[in-house]
Ligand binder design. Structure first.
Ligand SMILES: Nc1nc2c(ncn2[C@@H]2O[C@H](COP(=O)(O)OP(=O)(O)O)[C@@H](O)[C@H]2O)c(=O)[nH]1
Ligand SMILES: [Mg+2]
Length: 254
């Protein structure tokens, strides 16, 4: 775990806001203490406490989702792989059929929440400040603002980071990891924890394949090496190519 995970997230650095509204909430992060210079044993102890507390709140979120029959999906990737663009297109193609809501996670700005808001789907933005991941408590507080409908899909767009979000259960039904063809096919081997934690991998920006050296078959092979149950869809959120497989997978989650 890096120092940012639960250690350097200062008190009151997290804000949760709906686009166009003033009622942003702020409060404590996972743990408001700085332990980066503590002895190794102490670091392990704090890490276990942070993750233990997180898992308790994640279980509470999971109960909430089960009671309301909400399918919550945690979208994880490096920055810029296309999470928000995929969401915009998914919403356009599916929101008539399945009610949806979105929790957006970024360190700063309302930019992604504004993009989702423009689609007409309900959204809240969580700004993590210094934090490099969403945790279950942030999602819990966001849910209080969002109040998502029953029998719906809830997308949680995590902070762009292939490392830390792997460790934090948010109560989601599944993690969906997105890798774009501009990132290199070696990412599953370099960030195995994330690909191991995910149920599904979207290989995005396939429209750019003629211009890059990305080997799709090798990427799949590397992904399966770290997680033999991982499913894949190759998509272009720009052109819509391959989206039907992903949309069918979403329908099957109910
Ligand atoms: N060519 C191409 N560009 C894409 C695709 N999906 C997203 N992008 C672009 O990639 C950039 C980052 O996308 P964004 O959705 O903001 O990524 P995020 O940071 O993961 O949410 C933007 O300039 C998008 O227009 C795609 O399928 N093909
Ligand atoms: Mg985004």
């Amino acid at each position: 775990m890096c120092d940012s995970c639960g250690c350097s997230q200062p008190e009151n650095s997290v804000t949760i806001t709906r686009p166009g509204r003033q009622e942003g909430m702020s409060g404590h992060g996972v743990a408001g203490h700085h332990h980066s210079h503590q002895a190794q044993g102490r670091v392990v102890e704090v890490r276990e406490a942070v993750l233990g507390k997180n898992d308790g709140i994640a279980a509470h979120n999971r109960d909430f989702f089960r009671e309301r029959r909400i399918v919550a999906l945690n979208l994880v990737s490096s920055p810029g792989s296309g999470k928000t663009t995929i969401l915009e297109r998914t919403i356009r193609e599916l929101h008539q059929e399945i009610p949806m809501a979105v929790i957006e996670g970024d360190q700063q700005t309302m930019l992604d929440a504004e993009r989702i808001d423009a689609t007409g789907v309900d959204v809240v933005q969580v700004n993590t400040g210094a934090g490099c991941h969403l945790d279950a408590d942030m999602v819990h507080r966001a849910l209080h603002q969002l109040n998502p409908a029953g029998n719906s899909l809830l997308f949680i767009e995590n902070v762009g980071n292939l490392v830390c979000p792997a460790m934090f259960d948010l109560g989601e039904a599944a993690k969906v990891v997105i890798i774009s063809v501009t990132e290199g096919e070696d990412k599953p081997l370099k960030y195995p924890a994330m690909f191991d934690a995910a149920s599904l991998c979207l290989i995005n920006k396939t429209d750019l394949l003629p211009h890059v050296d990305f080997d799709v078959a090798r990427c799949r092979e590397y992904g399966l090496r770290v997680n033999h149950r991982l499913e894949f869809f190759e998509i272009s959120a720009r052109t819509g190519e391959g989206m039907s497989g992903w949309l069918a997978w979403l329908r099957r989650q109910f």
